[in-house]
Design a protein around this ligand. Sequence first.
Ligand code: UDX
Length: 454
Amino acid sequence: MKVSIIGTGYVGLTTGVCLGFLGHKVTCIDTDEKKIALLRSGKTPIYEPFLTELMAAAQPNLQFCTEYAGAVKNADVIFIAVGTPPSPDGSPDLRYLSEAARGIGKHYDGDFLVVVNKSTVPIGSGNWVGSLVRESFEQQHGHKANGHFSVASNPEFLREGSALHDSLYPDRVVIGSDNNRALEVLYSLYRPILDQTFAPPPYLPRPEGVGAVPLISTDLASAELIKYAANAFLATKISYINEIGQLAEKVGADIAQVAKGIGLDARIGTRFLQAGIGWGGSCFGKDTSALVATAREYSLGMPIVEAAREVNRRQRDRVVEKLLGELKILKGRTIGLLGLAFKPNTDDLREAPAIDIARKLLERGCKVKVHDPVALERFEREYPDLAVVCCESPEDTADDVDALVLVTEWQEYRELNWEVIASRMRTPLILDGRNALDRSRLERFGFRYLGIAG
Ligand code: UDX
C-alpha cells in the first residue's frame, strides 16, 4: 500500500518506519528541511531505541520530502502526525493540523483516499479535518470532493522509549471512521501487525505469548475518545498511587508493597502503579487538560481527571518540601538533579518534572547541578536561560552537593558506584524521586535516604 505521513515527530516517524518495515511504500513529509536532510542521511532527529536500525532496515521502502504534491497524489492513505502543542491557554494549537489538511485537499487528485488523524487531536477534529480537506479540494479543482476521501482516526498508544516495540506489538489497534471503505483500507494496512505475520527484527524480538492483536473498528468519535480516556485513566492511576503514597508515608506503610498488593488483583493490574514525582511528557498533561476542556464545552465537569492533575502538580512541590524538611535552609545550598528527561530512554523534555523542580529550587536560592545521559544537549538548546550547572557525569554532579535528587530512573543511575558518589558529596543525602534505588544498599554507604512516599 502507498502511505504518506505528514510530520516526522515521534509519532509520525515511528509510524512511517514501522509501516515501511512491514513492506508498505512510505513517504514522510516535513516542512523542516534540516530534519528531512538528516533523515535522508540515515540519521534520526530524535532519540528512540532502535529507530536508526529499523529505519535502515526499512530504507528501500522509505522516502523523505518537504513537498506535499507527489506524496499526496499517489497515496492510498495519508497520516497526519503533526504537532498539536499546547497554546498559552492550554488548548491545543491546531495550526499545523489545519495546514496539513489544506495541503492534502490542494494536492490530491480525487482517487479514494483515507486521511488518518494520528496526532492527538480534540474530539470532533475528524469532522473538522474533513471539512478543511473538502474546502481546499473544491477551491483547487472547482468541483465537489464528495465520496472521494474519508477521514479516520487511528490513535497511537506508543510510549516514548519503547515506541517501536509498542507499534509492532500493540495491545490493540483502534481505527474509527464513519465510512466502511476507509475502515477496510486501514484493516489491510495493519494486517501484518494484527496477524503478527512479519519476521521480527533481531533487536525487537516478538515477546513470548504475543498472538493476534485485537482490532477495535469503530466510529470516528469513539476512536477519538478512546485515546483521551486511555491516557486520562493511566494518568489517574499514577496520581492515585501517589495519593495513597502520601498516606503510606504518614502511617509508615511501604508504598511499593502496597502497589504490588493491590496490583496483583487482575482487575487492577500492576502496571502504572509506580509512585514517585509523577507524570510528565507530551501526552498526559495535554490530554487530561484537553479532556476537561472538551467536557466543559458540553457543561460537564470532570472532577476525577482534575483531581489527578492537581495531585500530579503537588508531587513536584513535595520534592522541595522534603529537601526543606531535611536541610532546613535551602538558600545557598547546592542540589544535584540526576535525570532531566521526563522518563528514561528518551531525550524528551516536554513537561519534564526536572525542569519544574530546578526552577523551584532556583527560586529558593539554591545552586542547581544537573545531569542526564541523553537529554543534556537538548536541555542546553531548549532552556538556555535556566541558570543551572550542566555536568558531564553523575560523579561531577555529586561534587560538593548538599543533596542529590533522582528525578529520572535511568538504568545507568541504578548501577552507579554509590560509595564513590557519597564520597564526593558535601552531605550524603539522596531523595529518590522514583523510589527506584536500593535503600538498604545506599544506607550501607552512609546515605541518608528519602523516598518520595516514605
Ligand atoms: C503515554 C502513554 O503511555 C501512551 O500510551 C500514549 O500514547 C502517550 O503517552 P509516554 O508519555 O511516552 O506515553 O510515557 P509513559 O510511559 O506513559 O509515562 C508517562 C509519565 O508517567 C512519565 O513521566 C513516567 O515517569 C510516569 N509514570 C509512569 C509514573 O510516574 N509511574 C508509573 O507507574 C508509570
